[in-house]
Design a protein around this ligand. Structure first.
Ligand code: G1P
Length: 267
């Protein structure tokens, strides 16, 4: 059973300047709620009972807003905090939660990837984990020409279907070196021995300590699988993806009139 989730939210948000000079990108609103709240709701809807937000001193607003309890459909989700004061990469951010995780597999959700799906994206991964003990990487199919923006999965020969056992993962390869078009898309089930590998992980792509590199080394003792997430993904780390998500929720959340938004867009 996966009950804990971590959400890295200490990054500098350089792709979203200028607002992120002083404002945490995770708190940017999609209509009336911060994007981080949509991600927390996905975790809660997937059965997560405790969430650890990885923040920095510059992101105090996140703690002010969420506090220590998040109520979701009558359930109380505990919110804890870990701090990453030096931005050394995603792998380093995850390492900051080591003392809060314990011995059970846990989930990791990245706030730049937002999914709209019938079954919450994270719940899909949790279901896959129940039948496949190991690291589960939520993926989407991309154009290979975009491979240098993602961690790319390398399935074992002969694997087919929705869940693929992997022989490797590689962070931000050039398109010519990408082993497939399956890109890691911000949802993970991780096995706690990952911390052992993160502790000794040296910098990789972009000179950052990459989670993908530690997952690759951990594959010597823990199986890893890629799972293609069912649903529509919005890349809200990009400005155009953010606008797209705003339009989507403007047309689907009942706090605004769908008809009015449609008319406005047509006009
Ligand atoms: C991170 C991960 C990468 C993954 C991506 C998904 O990269 O390192 O493996 O594919 O998120 O959004 P970033 O977007 O932080 O460069």
């Amino acid at each position: 059973m996966i009950k804990k989730a971590i959400i890295p939210a200490a990054g500098l948000g350089t792709r979203f300047r200028p607002i992120t000079k002083t404002f945490p990108k995770e708190m940017l609103p999609i209509i009336d709620k911060p994007c981080l709240e949509y991600i927390i709701e996905e975790a809660a809807a997937s059965g997560i009972e405790e969430i650890i937000l990885i923040i920095s001193d510059k992101k105090a607003m996140i703690k002010e807003y969420f506090g220590n309890i998040f109520e979701y459909q009558g359930k109380m989700i505990r919110i804890g905090y870990a701090y990453q004061e030096e931005q050394k990469g995603l792998g380093h951010a995850v390492l900051m939660t080591k003392d809060l995780i314990g011995n059970n597999a846990f989930a990791c959700l990245l706030g730049d990837d937002m999914f709209v799906s019938k079954t919450p994206a994270l719940k899909q991964l949790i279901d896959v984990y129940e039948n496949n003990n190991g690291t589960i990487l939520g993926t989407i199919a991309i154009d290979k020409s975009d491979s240098n923006k993602y961690g790319i999965c390398d399935p074992l020969d002969g694997e087919s279907g929705k869940v693929l056992r992997l022989k490797g993962v590689i962070e931000k390869p050039d398109p010519k070196d990408a082993p497939s078009n399956l890109a890691i898309s911000g949802r993970y089930i991780l096995i706690p021995s990952i911390f052992k590998y993160l502790e000794t992980q040296t910098a990789g792509a972009l000179n950052e300590i990459q989670l993908t590199d530690a997952i690759l080394r951990q594959m010597s003792e823990v199986r890893a699988y890629a799972y293609k997430i069912d649903g529509k993904r919005y890349d809200i780390g990009k400005k155009d993806g953010f606008v797209e998500a705003t339009v989507h929720f403007g047309l689907s959340r009942d706090i605004v009139s769908k008809e009015d938004v449609k008319k406005m867009l047509k006009k």
